[in-house]
Design a protein around this ligand. Structure first.
Ligand SMILES: C[S@@+](CC[C@H](N)C(=O)[O-])C[C@H]1O[C@@H](n2cnc3c(N)ncnc32)[C@H](O)[C@@H]1O
Length: 246
């Protein structure tokens, strides 16, 4: 698995991921993955080897995993959700916690999981998942991520927060999400369909939604200031980076 620069492995389903260690000091990397192993790859790359261990071994007492568009979505393991992005993440974090705990001093390490989901069936499955994993602190949020941000923030008392933003499409109110990220200490991963977003940006019927997505109602003027000849998806990436930096 390549981890730096741009990886292009499939055309029809390309997504890009923006990853930043801190919303205050953005350090973005652009990655491309094939959809088949996208979720596992992103989450594994983000939190498995380095992030979870670094955080829990490095003086933090808690790792908060916020999954704003959690699913489960198109999973094979309907019951256990082991192939959902959150299933992979939660299992890995537990493994890291169990490994680190006996090897360090201090209070008991905490892993908290904050999934949010709009689809009622998926919410019901998240609740069933939470019941099965009753040894982990899980707070399930029902409804749009953007509408739940304040409630999620209230339930994060301390610790390092990793936020995964993985919308199905590009209808996201990014400014509100950015405010949430700025209020947390941690890292985020934003995963989206570059081609679809870029294609819709030129559709006047949904131009306002595109403004929400890049957090800039005047995005057309902003885009004019970018170097001429940039590919549509690169322009989207530039606009988004502005949103996360501001
Ligand atoms: C691409 S899927 C996420 C898949 C998930 N990462 C996984 O591996 O199972 C996006 C999910 O977000 C949900 N969704 C769409 N808009 C949402 C919103 N505004 N807030 C919360 N969830 C939303 C969809 O119902 C869908 O389950």
């Amino acid at each position: 698995m390549e981890r730096s620069g741009t990886v292009s492995l499939g055309r029809s389903c390309r997504r890009r991921s923006l990853r930043s260690f801190s919303p205050h000091e953005p350090h973005h990397r652009a990655l491309r993955w094939p959809r088949a192993n996208l979720y596992q790859a992103c989450v594994l790359a983000s939190i498995s080897g380095d992030l979870g261990a670094k955080v829990l071994h490095g003086g933090w007492d808690a790792f908060n995993y916020v999954d704003g568009f959690a699913g489960p979505w198109k999973v094979r393991d309907e019951e256990g959700c082991s192939d959902a992005s959150f299933g992979v993440a939660v299992d890995l974090l537990e493994t890291v916690r169990e490994f680190v705990e006996p090897r360090r001093r201090g209070p008991r390490l905490k892993v908290r999981f904050y999934p949010c989901e709009k689809d009622p069936d998926a919410v019901a499955r998240l609740r069933a998942y939470a019941q099965r994993k009753d040894h982990i602190e899980i707070h399930v949020f029902d409804g749009a991520f953007e509408d739940n941000l304040d409630q999620i923030a209230l339930r994060i008392p301390n610790g390092f927060t990793f936020t995964f933003i993985d919308p199905t499409n590009w209808v996201v109110r990014i400014e509100e999400v950015c405010d949430f990220l700025k209020g947390r200490t941690g890292e985020f991963l934003f995963n989206f369909m570059t081609e679809e977003v870029s294609r819709h940006s030129v559709n006047p019927k949904v131009a306002h939604q595109f403004g929400d997505f890049v957090g800039d109602p005047n995005w057309e003027d902003t885009a004019k200031q970018l170097p001429a000849g940039l590919k549509g998806e690169i322009r989207v990436l530039h606009l988004l980076k502005n949103a996360f930096r501001s």
